[in-house]
Design a protein around this ligand. Structure first.
Ligand SMILES: CC(C)(COP(=O)(O)OP(=O)(O)OC[C@H]1O[C@@H](n2cnc3c(N)ncnc32)[C@H](O)[C@@H]1OP(=O)(O)O)[C@@H](O)C(=O)NCCC(=O)NCCS
Length: 146
């Protein structure tokens, strides 16, 4: 299995995983918004990026979308892991853990300060993974919808 940044030819495979991820998360993202997100990912000038895990022979098994951004507590960049999804027939084979490790290795080489992300309290599977690879933040997330 290869873990790498997406390429333009990955669009359909990324979109297929993305649509299944959105359905799994119960969020209805209109197709034109998904198109815009893909265009940002495809544009190397933006800080919105995506990794895919690809099986030899071409099947795309998983995606991880992330955004790199500055912070005020450090001159180093932070990486917000926004979306992580593994095709349901490929779960519990270490793919998500390997993608997070790949991103962490990349971030260390780039000099980022840390990776961080949100998790739904009720998502026991994802939380079991996160408890294995990260420390739980003492902070709560607050939102003002605009
Ligand atoms: C959460 C998700 C990304 C995990 O992907 P995965 O490739 O199956 O995870 P891994 O195989 O790398 O798991 C590594 C370890 O995490 C833990 N883990 C992962 N999924 C688990 C589950 N469903 N139940 C219990 N532990 C789990 C285990 O310790 C596992 O190691 P083990 O299989 O040797 O016991 C995947 O289930 C998924 O795509 N879920 C739907 C989307 C989602 O919820 N994304 C996260 C949003 S916050």
């Amino acid at each position: 299995m290869e873990i790498r940044l997406v390429r333009p030819a990955d669009r359909d495979a990324w979109l297929s995983l993305w649509n299944r991820y959105c359905a799994d998360q119960g969020v209805g993202i209109p197709p034109e918004i998904s198109d815009t997100i893909w265009q940002r990912i495809e544009n190397s000038e933006t800080m919105t990026k995506a990794l895919v895990a690809v099986y030899p022979g071409g099947q795309t098994l998983a995606l991880l979308n992330y955004i790199v951004h500055p912070h005020t507590w450090s001159d180093r960049l932070l990486c917000f892991v926004v979306d992580l999804y593994v095709d349901d027939s490929w779960r519990r084979r270490g793919i998500a853990e390997a993608m997070m490790a790949h991103l962490a290795d990349h971030g260390r080489r780039e000099g980022w300060l840390s990776l961080y992300w949100n998790a739904d309290k009720s998502n026991k599977g994802a939380r079991a993974l996160y408890d294995k690879i990260a420390r739980l933040s003492p902070y709560l997330s607050y939102f003002v919808d605009l």
